[in-house]
Design a protein. Structure first.
Length: 245
């Protein structure tokens, strides 16, 4: 990471996504991660508050500049392709709890459950179905909690809902599964278009290009600069924000 930062003139950050224990989180902080997602959202509210507060204190002792993100509500696990849809309504984050959680723990960033879900359903891969978000809830959580919000499990979300979610207060969007799907598609294209090829550097660029296209189109959407621009006219380097893997 250090050599990448020195080589390029844009900021790159390391985020330890979903650490589930203080030991793991501290290990990441000591290794130099810039941000830590401390995720004990599977625990009851009071325990989640207590453990997250402890983690914030311990991690800021290691690095006062580190950003700690806490998670409240149920957004499932695993950037995978799921067979069946979970019942998302059960684990939605309540705005009043979000406020209490942020104030009691001292987290910098909140990851709420607002209709988002880790991974994608099979039907979302081809675009037959899409995730829909609870936009009013996002706005209520934002005004109650007053911190940056991360949308985990954003893959496969309806474009208009992503736009409205950002307008309502989402600051960071995770789309790991979309990128993994793009990677696999690119790899398959690299293999099938050159059936006799055995040179990795002739096959792997297809996967990189495929991921790049999704990153570029998502950054455009998140920055509100969609349109008919050719890909070369505006590189993803000029767009604000980050795509997290
Ligand atoms: Zn996540």
């Amino acid at each position: 990471m250090r050599s990448l930062r020195e080589q390029f003139d844009f900021p790159i950050f390391l985020n330890a996504d979903h650490t589930h224990s203080l030991v793991e989180a501290e290990e990441a902080a000591r290794a130099g991660f810039d941000a830590i997602v401390f995720d004990v959202s599977a625990l009851p509210f009071e325990q989640n508050v207590r453990q997250t507060k402890e983690a914030v204190e311990a991690l800021k002792t290691i690095n006062p500049a580190i950003l700690v993100e806490g998670e409240l509500g149920d957004i499932g696990t695993g950037s995978e392709i799921h067979e069946e849809a979970p019942d998302l309504l059960k684990g939605l984050t309540r705005p009043v709890e979000a406020k209490q959680y942020v104030e009691s723990t001292g987290i910098d960033i909140l990851a709420p459950a607002v209709g988002n879900m880790h991974g994608m359903l099979k039907s979302m891969i081809g675009g037959q179905t899409r995730k829909h978000l609870d936009i009013p809830r996002i706005a209520q959580i934002k005004s109650a909690a007053q911190v940056p919000l991360t949308l985990h499990g954003g893959s496969g979300t309806d474009d208009e809902h992503l736009r409205r979610a950002i307008a309502a207060g989402i600051n960071i969007v995770h789309i790991n599964t979309e990128l993994r799907v793009a990677w696999r598609r690119g790899l398959e294209e690299g293999l099938s278009s050159q059936p006799k090829e055995v040179v990795p550097y002739k096959i792997l660029p297809f996967a990189v290009e495929s991921v790049k296209q999704v990153v570029r189109s998502r950054l455009r959407l998140f920055n509100g600069v969609e349109g008919q621009q050719p890909a070369s006219a505006r590189s993803s380097r000029t767009l604000r924000g980050a795509v997290e893997f």
